[in-house]
Design a protein around this ligand. Structure first.
Ligand SMILES: Cc1cc2nc3c(=O)[nH]c(=O)nc-3n(C[C@H](O)[C@H](O)[C@H](O)COP(=O)(O)OP(=O)(O)OC[C@H]3O[C@@H](n4cnc5c(N)ncnc54)[C@H](O)[C@@H]3O)c2cc1C
Length: 610
């Protein structure tokens, strides 16, 4: 097709230049002064990833210098919020290093707000500090650009490449330039995946003309999960999808409203409703409902039940707080630096929060490892903290040798957020440098056949379209191919209906999940007929494939965990109660790359912190 092949031989390849990826590039240079460090990023590193538009708060900062919190406190907090299910070693390790990351951000020019009374960083909540964060991403990108030998923008990585000299060892990655179509082959001694979370695997609330408006970034296409899954890495907690309570239609964040502006919620009749669902929730989860702060999923549960009971919509009471001009300013600024769309939605719907209490809603589910939930790859922890089952030599290394991860890519590390993801990237890079030095004699072999097979597979949707377009029967409809958008909507619909999306009030059960797996299988079969009319659609085709494989993993995990651990995130109708006796455990999966069969197992949850 006339595309060039660009070959890169490096020491460390970072896949995805978001928060985790930029942290990895920065730290890799610190420890690997003599190493060739390369980043492959799907968009442009200056404005890519979930932080592209900026943020208004850094959600993970201990404040150890002022003894505000200690890492152990953060582990307790994350554990409580996730109903006990986190990797405490990873969480602790991130928390003990995260403050130094934030201090670097400030040094690099990120404006952190200060409390005028005590001179400390302005707290929004116990863990959050407030920033003027419109330029957050360009600032961290600059650090990565100064550190890496080469940043390849506009490269969609489609597969990891495997070393043919040694079993179960990564050897690089392959992908294509979404603008030129050129094939990019990266040979690398270590690969760090930081390719972000997954939106658009469940049908979103915003469809039709609103499509593309999602809470998590619409371009977060599950690559961080799909790449390791396809290579045979173990995954953990993939059932732990997140549902957010957000301002309706714009997905505007509520954190600053609750924490800083002290706004509160009420039902359509002006009544407080959360306490009404106390007994009901206690029936499902026992004492977890008495924990402080109330786990996020349980607050969602009350919201969902109140709405099901016919007393919605739920409103955020802003009218009182917005009478204070300072709070009114903060309320608007909160969106302008992070989710401009919410301000636009309010303007278009005649909502002035000073006079109208805006509606809230619960979102469709998303899958990721860095926000308030922890789905992702199963990775080794640090040597000084991790118990044996959590440690295999190199911090943040997955179950494939030489393959590391950070941020959304890794499982078990909830509540890392932007600063924690950058920190994880740093930790992964430090370990990757050590791995390379320890394995200096490794000779990575990637055969021409491996590359040719991938090349053929990568471009196939373009060829399918080329041939199939001759059979177009009307508009864009051809009997011989499906377009990425058609495949995406089919995926979203089946995940919604069978795996517990908004259309079924987050409810699923074994028969539904088994049927969902059957439908996923036929979807995968039909991917043979994906057609891409141009390079942009080729990217969409690969995003869809990545989303579909991550979705399959989500369904497998949801099927495996026979309890409802997180009411408010999803419900197993056949096992409505939390079951600590049998399921106080982490779930693990591995997909055999040859057969496509899944193996599931439990792993113990070690409570390392009291
Ligand atoms: C709406 C929203 C609000 C948030 N609010 C806050 C907040 O207030 N405070 C806070 O601290 N955190 C917040 N977060 C969380 C924070 O943004 C994430 O935790 C963090 O960005 C995760 O880092 P990451 O590196 O895993 O993913 P990202 O930062 O999303 O980076 C992933 C990168 O991978 C690239 N990529 C994806 N696929 C491929 C591929 N196949 N090949 C190559 N590159 C690829 C992407 O383009 C992107 O650059 C928020 C997130 C969202 C979505």
């Amino acid at each position: 097709m006339g595309f060039k092949t660009v070959f890169e031989d490096c020491d460390i390849l970072v896949v995805g230049g978001g928060m985790g990826g930029t942290g990895a590039a920065y730290e890799a240079r610190h420890w690997g002064r003599d190493m060739r460090i390369v980043v492959a990023e799907k968009a442009n590193i200056d404005r890519s990833g979930a932080v592209a538009q900026g943020l208004y708060a850094i959600n993970c900062y201990m404040g150890m210098q002022w003894d505000e919190n200690q890492p152990e406190d953060h582990v307790r907090y994350a554990r409580n919020d996730l109903m006990g299910m986190v990797r405490e070693d990873l969480a602790y390790d991130m928390a003990r290093h995260v403050d130094s990351t934030v201090h670097k951000f400030e040094e690099w020019g990120l404006p952190l707000m200060r409390d005028p009374e005590n001179g400390r960083y302005q707290r929004e909540g116990k863990w959050q500090i407030m920033i003027h964060g419109e330029s957050y991403k360009p600032i961290v990108a600059e650090a990565a650009k100064k550190s890496a030998d080469k940043i390849y923008n506009r490269i969609m990585v489609t597969h990891l490449l495997m070393d043919e000299n040694k079993d179960n060892r990564v050897g690089g990655a392959i992908g294509f330039n979404v603008r030129t179509g050129d094939l990019h082959i990266f040979k690398a001694k270590a690969v760090i995946v930081g390719a972000g979370g997954a939106s658009h695997i469940f049908k979103p609330r915003s469809v039709g003309e609103g499509m593309g408006r999602t809470w998590y970034a619409p371009w977060s296409s599950a690559s961080a999960h799909a790449l390791p899954i396809l290579a045979g890495a173990k995954m953990t907690q993939m059932e732990n999808r997140i549902v957010l309570c957000r301002f309706k239609d714009g997905y505007g964040p509520v954190g600053a409203y609750f924490l800083h502006l002290k706004t509160y919620t009420q039902n359509a009749y002006g009544d407080e409703y959360e306490s009404k669902w106390y007994e009901n929730t206690k029936e499902l989860v026992g004492d977890y409902i008495d924990h402080h702060p109330t786990p996020t999923c349980l607050r969602n549960h009350a919201f969902i039940e109140e709405t099901k009971a016919g007393r919605g919509p739920i409103h955020m009471v802003t009218k009182e707080a917005f009478q204070d001009p300072h709070k009114e300013t903060i309320g608007w600024e909160n969106f302008l630096g992070m989710t401009v769309g919410q301000a636009v939605v309010w303007a278009s719907q005649d909502i002035d929060p000073k006079y109208t209490n805006p509606e809230l809603t619960t979102s469709e589910p998303y899958v990721m490892g860095s926000h308030a939930t922890c789905s992702g790859a199963w990775a080794s922890g640090p040597e000084d903290v991790s118990p044996d089952e959590y440690y295999w030599g190199y911090n943040r290394m997955m179950t494939i040798d030489g393959l590391f991860g950070a941020g959304d890519a890794l499982g078990g590390t909830a509540h890392a957020f932007s600063s924690g993801s950058f920190t994880e990237g740093r930790l992964a890079a430090k370990a990757a440098v050590k791995y390379i030095r320890d394995h200096a004699k490794d000779k990575i072999v990637i055969s021409d056949k491996q590359i040719e097979d991938r090349r053929e597979e990568i471009y196939r949707p373009l060829e399918t379209y080329e041939v199939g377009r001759n059979e177009i029967v009307g508009g864009t409809v051809s009997p011989s191919y499906i377009l990425p958008i058609q495949g995406l909507q089919r995926l979203e619909k089946l995940m919604d209906e069978y795996a517990g999306g908004i259309g079924v009030n987050y409810m699923t059960n074994e028969p539904l999940l088994l049927r969902g797996l059957e439908l996923l299988k036929t979807l995968h079969e039909d991917f043979e007929y994906l057609g891409a009319e141009d390079l942009h659609q080729l990217m969409r085709a690969w995003e869809l494939k990545h989303r579909a494989i991550a979705s399959e993993c989500v369904v497998q995990h949801t099927l495996f965990r026979k309890e409802t651990r997180w009411p408010g995130y999803y419900y197993r109708g056949d096992f409505m109660k939390l079951d600590d006796e049998n399921w106080h455990a982490l779930t693990l999966s591995r997909r055999d790359p040859e057969s496509g069969e899944w193996e599931m197992e439990k792993a113990p949850v070690y409570h390392i912190v009291d």
